[in-house]
Design a protein around this ligand. Structure first.
Ligand SMILES: *[C@@H]1O[C@H](CO)[C@@H](O)[C@H](O)[C@H]1NC(C)=O
Ligand SMILES: *[C@@H]1O[C@H](CO)[C@@H](O)[C@H](O)[C@H]1NC(C)=O
Length: 339
């Protein structure tokens, strides 16, 4: 299962904010804006969010300083001012790294105090403060399989983004059209949102003290644990089915459809359904949407899946949720859920 557990990205937050959550509410409603998407920051309905991530800043492999590419420089400098026009209280975070960043460079930066200082000084002082961001997010994909230093991460950071999606995709699961981000699984060997969230909660919980024959020791004070934000995808994956008549979950497939790696934005999925009169299914047992037409099969999150996950996040006492990414839901159909 090693390759599947790699699908959890823990994007680590480095900024300082006091946020309190109690059962039945979430306090962070956030989404990524990705500059490469072409979706203008001025089009974001920031009134729907408490926090927005501006992605991505880069890490220089030699100096370990955080930099912003020249093409992003002006966009990032004005990001906070732009999104605060519709919501003056929205908080912004500069996101460093991302899926295309070199994870070895981040690991080598993190391994030594001197390079960590370059990273911290350049990111906090030179970039975040001078460009009006309220905080920083380190998007380190994927730093350690499932051998995360849960307790250390939890103590150092304000929250943790759990990338609870990309469980199945045509690039690494070409022969099986699986649900990319199901809340629950059908069999114990399948990965799901719930298994990942439970693993995180268990890993950061204070260890129980066993008393034996002695009087039990008083419990240790709970660590200031970073609470997880549940990641939800504003995209799905399209597979090419082997047989158009075999179109259930985990149907035999042979690779990606529609795009080279099968990634397809939520609004494009809705276009596909309208144009092909695709059959749509919501499976409430595992909480996933999928649709199919001919030999094309798409697994994704529609409104039912996202709203069930929002309810789940509240029930588990999570801090909130984050979405990747805004350009894929330009009409805010998914963004409006749970707000
Ligand atoms: C990633 O970074 C490491 C260490 O900085 C370097 O050796 C490697 O060549 C880089 N890989 C890519 C694809 O740039
Ligand atoms: C969801 O899919 C699984 C696997 O195909 C199936 O066993 C289950 O009955 C489905 N649930 C619903 C509500 O259709």
């Amino acid at each position: 299962m090693a390759s599947k557990t790699l699908c959890y990205i823990f994007s680590t937050m480095l900024f300082l904010l006091q946020l309190h959550v109690s059962a039945g509410q979430t306090v962070v409603k956030s989404a990524y804006w990705f500059s490469g998407s072409g979706f203008p920051a001025s089009s974001i309905d920031s009134s729907l969010f408490t926090h927005l991530f501006c992605a991505f800043a880069d890490l220089n492999p030699t100096t370990y300083q955080v930099t912003i590419s020249s093409s992003n420089s002006a966009l990032f400098s004005t990001f906070t001012r732009t999104v605060q026009q519709k919501n003056p209280s929205v908080k912004t975070l500069l996101s460093i790294g991302g899926g295309n960043a070199n994870a070895s460079t981040i690991a080598s930066m993190a391994s030594q105090a001197s390079s960590r200082k370059s990273f911290i000084d350049s990111s906090i002082i030179n970039l975040a403060r001078s460009k009006n961001f309220h905080g920083l997010a380190l998007d380190w994909d994927y730093y350690g399989g499932f051998n995360y230093h849960f307790q250390a991460i939890s103590k150092s950071l304000d929250w943790i983004n759990v990338m609870a999606y990309k469980f199945y995709g045509p690039s690494w699961s070409p022969k099986e059209a699986g649900p990319p981000a199901a809340l629950y699984s059908i069999t114990a060997s399948q990965i799901s949102v719930d298994t990942g969230i439970k693993a995180w909660i268990q890993a950061v919980s204070p260890k129980k003290v066993l008393g034996g024959h002695l009087p039990p020791l008083p419990p240790p004070p709970p660590p200031a644990a970073a609470l997880p934000l549940l990641g939800v995808p504003f995209f799905g994956f399209a597979w090419h089915l082997v047989n158009a008549n075999n179109h259930g979950l985990f149907a035999p497939a042979n690779g990606a459809a529609i795009t080279s790696d099968g990634t397809i934005a939520y609004n494009k999925i809705k276009d596909f359904i309208a144009q092909t009169s695709a059959t749509t299914v919501f499976n409430s047992t595992i909480v996933t949407n999928y649709c199919y037409s001919g030999t094309t099969w798409i697994g994704y999150d529609d409104t039912q899946s996202i709203s069930t996950k929002v309810t789940y996040a509240k029930g588990k006492g999570l801090l909130g949720f984050f979405a990747w990414q805004l350009a894929q839901d330009p009409n805010s159909v998914l963004s409006k859920i749970g707000i």
